[in-house]
Design a protein around this ligand. Structure first.
Ligand code: ZN
Length: 330
């Protein structure tokens, strides 16, 4: 799985520009799907198994980034807009990568003044893409925040664990199921989650499932000054109970908890007070879809060093396979 994780977290795919990620995933899952298609928005939809419940499993392919908005007339520095929930505190000195492979460096206006310690408005920042002679990037070009994948024991660190690690959980589940499932599964690798759950909303309507599960990272409460949150790194798969866009129906919650207990899979309960994920959009599509989420605990979400634990990733794969690989009586 490690090789696939590295390939996917280092892939380039800001919201709305997921084509490189989609190609990698399409090749990975080809042997394990009965049918693969891409919908008009760019969601990659892979069908596995038949009979039973029609279950949609969603993991988003996109990552946060920036878009070049305006080149300063004399300096050539690029002004930019965020793509998704960019944290201003992560910007100064960070590197962004454009699709043409050019690396830009983010500078701050008042670097020698208050900017050193107080990153505030995005207008304080600019991107240097000058190669010594000219600017190498056109206005309108999107970029990702760039940092290579690294490991530290069981911890995996990368720029886009959110949500490539969710994609990995889905791909690995497909591999283990090997086309055998007593349900009609639709593994959907969604677009544009970071800008408002847009891909999942369209795919939820198109697939029209009986039940849905989103796979995404969640924050943890185990940092130096914790938010009051139960989830911790290494504590197992996080079963979503509640977040800002989503109240998981008790029947879905209990289905997941019972499965984890029956299979002896370490799990924890996720109550997230900031953020939501694809299942929030799917649950309100058409006449409503009972939806839940399996979350991968992740430190430093929306930075270039999103950190997950391999034990948690394995627990999430096992839980997903146990849920969708057995008959569902919900
Ligand atoms: Zn996410």
């Amino acid at each position: 799985m490690k090789e696939l994780i590295k390939k996917l977290v280092e892939a380039w795919g800001p919201s709305g520009y997921e084509h490189h990620v989609r190609e990698i995933i399409r090749q990975e899952v080809a042997p394990f799907a009965d049918d693969i298609r891409v919908d008009p928005l760019g969601n990659l939809i892979c069908r596995v198994g038949q009979g039973g419940k029609k279950i949609m499993i969603a993991a988003h392919m996109d990552e946060i980034g920036v878009m070049a908005m305006y080149a300063e007339k004399t300096s050539g520095y690029l002004r930019f807009a965020p793509i998704g929930g960019v944290l201003n505190t992560t910007l100064l000195g960070t590197r962004v990568r454009f699709e043409n492979g050019i690396t830009g460096v983010v500078g701050a206006h008042d670097y020698f003044g208050t900017g050193r310690t107080s990153a505030t408005d995005i207008d304080n920042f600019f991107i240097d893409v000058n190669d010594g002679t000219e600017n190498t990037v056109q206005v309108g070009s999107p970029a990702i925040f760039w940092r290579p994948f690294e490991e530290r024991g069981t911890r995996l660190i990368a720029k886009s664990m959110d949500d490539r690690i969710g994609c990995v959980v889905a791909i690995e589940a497909m591999r283990r199921l090997n086309k055998q499932a007593p349900n009609e599964l639709h593994f959907v690798f969604t677009v544009q989650e970071e800008v408002g759950l847009r891909g999942a909303r369209a795919a939820g309507y198109g697939v029209d499932p009986d039940l849905a599960i989103a796979l995404d990272v969640t924050s943890t409460g185990d940092m130096a000054k914790n938010p009051k949150m139960e989830v911790k790194l290494g504590g197992g798969a996080a079963i979503k109970i509640h977040d800002t866009g989503h109240v998981v129906p008790p029947a879905v919650r209990d289905w997941m908890i019972n499965r984890a207990q029956t299979d002896g899979i370490p799990y924890q309960l996720e109550l997230l007070t900031l953020g939501t994920t694809d299942s929030a959009a799917i649950q309100t599509s058409r006449a409503g879809v009972p939806s839940g989420a399996i979350s991968i605990p992740c430190r430093f979400v929306h930075t270039t060093s999103e950190t997950v634990d391999t034990g948690d990733v394995e627990a999430c794969v096992k839980l997903l396979v146990g849920l969708v690989g057995n008959t569902v009586s919900l």
